[in-house]
Design a protein around this ligand. Structure first.
Ligand code: BEZ
Ligand code: FE
Length: 291
């Protein structure tokens, strides 16, 4: 046999992956190998640096468990989640834009009644009512839709990060009515720093970046025969809109939460004082025609 040269190595490795039966897996792996080899050549990576990188990725895996997903957080912080979102979410023009799901989504949250609050703890914040409709791209109501929300408490922590909060605090889903309308009750979201006590925190510190996400509600909308939508509603008054640590802000998702005096409708829900309101119509794409 002959020694391989550095110049030949990449082609030899690519050739070994040529028999991968799944064509999409072959394409992804060969492109990944090409780009990783080019990166190593570009920065002339030393063995010590490569080992540091391996130990770093190992620590990202080791700190992750069923409640903490440091790998998603790393992907979010490198802008990869948002890039995947941008290239895979090329939706019809009229549809509501999507953004990252993030590491704090929990499946299987409880259904909430019409107008019930997802804030399950005593709280002095004024209630926020989010009203609106789920429509298809022709403007027709999507009657079978479910709208699911999750957000942090006013201490900037999700229930799964905070032993003081009951399970599923500030999470839940609502059914829309026959007109596609929903009435969500919650509290105004706050800006919060992403977790900095792990490897992603080390990365932020080493690169002189702040850890803040602008205040937002997470929204997921699903309906039979429709493309699911995962998005945020951002607070227009937040100072971090232009420097979200995970690059997830889109202008079309920014809204004002309007202060309103408590009216009849709010009194139905035991609200005597002032509250905030937001009207928001979501437009989602049907994949099969309405039946
Ligand atoms: C979030 O909004 O829950 C989130 C998204 C990406 C990274 C960290 C948190
Ligand atoms: Fe969030």
């Amino acid at each position: 046999m002959q020694n391989m040269t550095e110049a030949q190595l990449t082609d030899v490795v690519l050739q070994r992956y040529q028999d991968t039966p799944d064509p999409r897996l072959r394409e992804i792996l060969q492109s990944l190998i090409r780009h990783l080899h080019a990166f190593v050549r570009d920065v002339k990576l030393s063995e010590d640096e490569w080992l540091r990188g391996i130990l770093y990725l190992t620590s990202v895996g080791q700190i992750s468990d069923d409640k903490r997903q440091e790998m998603i957080l790393l992907s979010d912080n490198l802008g990869i989640s948002m890039l995947v979102n941008m290239i895979s979410a090329r939706v019809a023009h009229a549809a509501t834009e999507s953004t990252v799901v993030g590491p704090f989504y929990v499946p299987g949250t409880p259904e909430r009644r019409w107008g019930e609050s997802i804030q399950q703890m005593p709280c002095d914040d004024p209630p926020l009512f989010v009203t609106g409709r789920v429509l298809d791209l022709d403007g027709a109501p999507v009657t079978g839709a479910q709208i699911e929300l999750w957000q942090t408490n006013s201490n900037g922590m999700y229930d799964i990060q905070d032993a003081e909060q009951p399970e599923h605090n500030l999470r839940g889903w609502y059914r829309v009515n026959d007109a596609g309308e929903f009435l969500v009750q919650t509290v105004r979201p706050v800006r919060y720093p992403i977790p900095t006590d792990g490897p992603v925190g080390e990365l932020l510190q080493a690169t002189n970046r702040h850890p803040w996400r602008p205040a937002h509600l997470h929204v997921k909308i699903t309906a039979p025969g429709c493309k699911p939508l995962v998005t945020h509603i951002f607070d227009a008054e937040d100072p971090y809109l232009d420097s979200d640590v995970v690059f997830a802000v889109k202008q079309s998702l920014v809204r004002r939460f309007e202060p309103v005096a408590a009216g009849e409708r709010h009194r139905e829900y035991g609200i005597g004082g002032p509250c905030l309101e937001l009207r928001y119509d979501f437009a989602i794409e049907r994949v099969t025609p309405a039946g």
